[in-house]
Ligand binder design. Structure first.
Ligand SMILES: Nc1ncnc2c1ncn2[C@@H]1O[C@H](COP(=O)(O)OP(=O)(O)OP(=O)(O)O)[C@@H](O)[C@H]1O
Length: 266
């Protein structure tokens, strides 16, 4: 169980996230929706502690995540794997090595540093990475440079890398915002698959309401940092949608997501 209790983050005078409380049972797929600037990314990044909360608490299976530091915080970040809009692959490295990067946090202290410097991995780790790639139909691309793949393929590599962290949660921040509709579907299918088959909790920020409806067990809508709707897709009525976005649903499709070129850590 992931619990957010009165979680807030201020940037100067502005409350990006304002006293959010949520309980997410293990294995739930939650779509977080809302207009640009509503606080979705800030909320997700706080769960991973990439952004520090200004107030409130995050608990996971009773552990106070907000109090973690050092090795314990690194372990938490391994268990709560992030997926980003821009995939964040190392473009000049091959796909297999990119996936293996997900293992680096599993090594103790000095070994981790040494092995990461030389990117050395055991046969068992390589087998695990190949299996993850095969699962997403990417075995044939294992030895290609990441930069040669399409956006949809790169995002599936990022999901495979996340799986090698052996996480309990996947935090996906606009994972399909840079993809065309077909690739978006393939990536959402992959997220749904790790949610269903591996029992991972998935929190996913989505611009596209229909995608949230189709894939998620639960939809949480944010507005000006606060949760204004929390329920199943079936209970998200037209009136709720209009209140969340300020326009009727039919007008939403023209609200294009941020223009995004597929970039990465080069
Ligand atoms: N590092 C920061 N410094 C200052 N303000 C920030 C920072 N990060 C976010 N904000 C502000 O906090 C608010 C919430 O931003 P956030 O990115 O969480 O929203 P969002 O719902 O994810 O939006 P989008 O869909 O555009 O990504 C916005 O007003 C934003 O400008």
């Amino acid at each position: 169980m992931l619990e957010l209790r009165d979680l807030s983050r201020r940037f100067g005078e502005r409350a990006a996230v304002d006293s959010v409380s949520l309980s997410v049972p293990q294995g739930q797929m939650v779509g977080i929706i809302g207009r640009s600037g509503a606080g979705k990314s800030t909320l997700l990044r706080m769960v991973n502690r990439l952004t520090e909360p200004s107030a409130g608490r995050i608990l996971h299976d009773g552990v106070d995540v907000t109090a973690l530091s050092g090795r314990a915080l690194r372990d938490w970040r391994t268990r709560a794997a992030m997926i980003f809009q821009q995939f964040n692959l190392i473009q000049r490295l091959d796909v297999l090595t990119n996936v293996l990067v997900g293992r680096l946090n599993h090594r103790p202290g000095a070994l981790a540093t040494l092995n990461s410097l030389f990117l050395r991995f055991s046969p068992a780790e390589r087998a695990m990475a190949l299996e993850a790639l095969a699962r997403f139909d990417l075995a044939e691309q294992a030895l290609q440079r990441a930069e040669t793949l399409s956006g949809g393929q790169q995002q599936r590599v990022a999901i495979a890398r996340a799986l090698l962290q052996e996480p309990r949660l996947i935090l996906a921040d606009e994972p399909i915002a840079s993809l065309d509709p077909r690739n978006a579907r393939v990536v959402m299918d992959a997220l749904r698959d790790v949610n269903r088959r591996d029992g991972l909790t998935v929190l996913v920020n989505l611009h596209h309401l229909e995608t949230a409806r189709r894939y998620c067990d639960r939809i949480v809508a944010m507005q000006a940092g606060r949760v204004v709707f929390d329920g199943t897709p079936a209970t998200l009525t037209a009136a709720e949608v209009e209140a969340i976005y300020g326009v009727p649903e039919e007008a939403l499709e023209s609200e294009a997501p941020r223009a995004a070129a597929a970039g990465a850590i080069a």
